[in-house]
Design a protein around this ligand. Structure first.
Ligand code: SF4
Ligand code: SF4
Length: 470
């Protein structure tokens, strides 16, 4: 199944504008499809409209992902006005579903005026219809290769009833997006410092709730979408949760412009995984600030912290990577790198790399070719088996739990009495898996590699494994 994503810069910014407009929208909700717009004002992945497929089966309908549902929307509705869509006051029939296939099926039958259509749809409200889920097995027989439908049929197990020795990996980035740096390639922040925003308050409460409710050994990846070491509430939250015995790892990304040991009292170095990203473009005095960064990274390593240095492969920085890696290696610090993704200097990457740059970037990933494969989009995770949603998950700041941030198979909410995780590896239905800690969650990766505490250092296994942190 082809999935269309935004690739050119103009559409990317139009897409961003759409998000801001959308935040003012009021949403209705129904019992069947709970569409409850959070009161938060920050960007929120679930509430970002996303074009998935155009003109299904040659019909006049597109499929859009929005509010964690897939929507079949007639092209005559014009520019997508989400206020009108969510009020379902459309001229044409509107479809809502949990999978692309439900929508595809209904549109296909609508187009063919098939009798099957009327037997398989349910009126939701106003002009909106959904697939009758009592016909799920029929849908799976029609779309036997659909990862989302296959995942939906997997056995489940309650997170709070899991055997307690099983370690759980939680990815829960704080939604602050504030930072003391202004890296041009950053796709995370709006440069606003709001230490006690409602989103951050909600994140802190959610994370502490997760730590209190889940008794299994916990491995937390909880950086911020900006620089966490300058965020008071982030620091207070870490201070609190790192004292729990079953919290085994707290991993986060920092630009290391501050020393974590001076920000959080009584840190137990053994619990921490620090991914220190080297951003030379932001240094005021290159020589002095580089020296400080290196000394700080080495001191943290010597103090017992698990630390790796990270680097973004923007065209201007690619050539320096091998020298820097060797320099850090001589100081016993591992250095890794990320393929540039997203807008930079008026282009969208990785697509905009030149042939020469691609070759250089590829050699930077000589020891981690799988990272190159997925970050360069040469490989798609679509259809792969993955431990996301089974032994690890994405916890969003309102408590929602998804298998991961790309595939977004919703599993529940940490405030619920039960959270039904998959009891087998799920089927991925994302077209990309770019984050290194998520790449490591795929079954074939977990078999061959274990991930160290900072979540970006892959250790080759002697015997095949299953769980990425074991
Ligand atoms: S340090 Fe990180 S969060 Fe801050 S601007 Fe740079 S890339 Fe963005
Ligand atoms: S972690 Fe990657 S492979 Fe696994 S479900 Fe998410 S996107 Fe797919």
């Amino acid at each position: 199944m082809n999935i269309t994503f935004i690739k050119d810069i103009k559409s990317f910014f139009a897409f961003k504008r759409n998000i801001f407009k959308f935040q003012k929208t009021k949403i209705n909700f129904t019992e069947e499809y709970k569409i409850i717009k959070p009161s938060f004002t920050d960007l929120y992945e679930s509430w970002t409209p996303f074009l998935v497929q155009e003109r299904i089966d040659g019909s006049d309908y597109n499929i859009v992902k929005y509010a964690d549902f897939f929507w079949g929307i007639h092209i005559a509705e014009g520019n997508i006005d989400y206020e009108r869509i969510s009020e379902t006051e459309t001229k044409h029939k509107l479809f809502i579903g949990e999978t692309i296939e439900e929508i595809t099926y209904l549109i296909r039958n609508l187009k063919n005026n098939s009798d099957q259509y009327s037997k398989n749809y349910v009126h939701v409200w106003k002009n909106c219809y959904s697939f009758d889920k009592s016909n799920n097995s029929k849908l799976l027989s029609l779309f036997p290769n659909s990862p989302r439908l296959k995942s939906r049929n997997l056995p489940r197990i309650d997170l709070f009833e899991l055997e307690q020795s099983i370690p759980i990996l939680i990815l829960s980035p704080a939604p602050s997006r504030s930072c003391n740096y202004r890296c041009e390639y950053c796709f995370n922040h709006d440069y606003g410092f709001r230490n006690r925003s409602p989103e951050m308050e909600s994140w802190s409460k959610t994370l502490i709730t997760a730590v209190e409710k889940i008794k299994n050994p916990l491995h937390l990846t909880i950086g911020s979408s900006g620089e966490p070491l300058y965020q008071k509430l982030w620091l207070e939250t870490i201070q609190e949760i790192h004292q729990y015995d079953h919290v085994e790892t707290i991993a986060f990304v920092t630009n290391l412009s501050a020393d974590p040991r001076k920000k959080i009292e009584n840190l137990n170095p053994k619990k921490f995984g620090i991914l220190a990203t080297f951003h030379p473009s932001q240094f005021k005095d290159y020589e002095r600030d580089t020296k400080t960064f290196i000394e700080r990274a080495v001191e943290l390593k010597e103090a017992g912290f698990q630390i790796a240095v990270n680097y973004v492969l923007i065209p201007e920085q690619i050539r320096e990577f091998h020298n820097l890696k060797a320099m850090f290696a001589s100081r016993n610090v591992n250095m890794i790198c990320n393929v540039l993704r997203g807008p930079y200097n008026g282009k969208i990457y990785p697509e905009a790399y030149t042939e020469e740059e691609i070759e250089m970037v590829r050699t930077c990933h000589d020891s981690t070719p799988y990272v190159w494969d997925y970050q360069s989009l040469s490989k798609s995770p679509y259809g792969q088996r993955c431990t996301a949603g089974r032994w690890g998950f994405q916890l969003e700041f309102d408590g929602s739990i998804y298998n991961c941030v790309y595939s977004r198979q919703k599993l529940g909410n940490i405030y619920d009495d039960k959270v039904m995780l998959y009891n087998e590896s799920c089927y991925c239905d994302a077209d990309r898996c770019e984050s290194q800690c998520m790449i490591g969650m795929m079954d074939h990766m977990a078999q061959n590699y274990r991930i160290e505490k900072n979540m970006h250092t892959f250790v080759v296994r002697d015997v095949p494994g299953k769980n990425i942190v074991l």
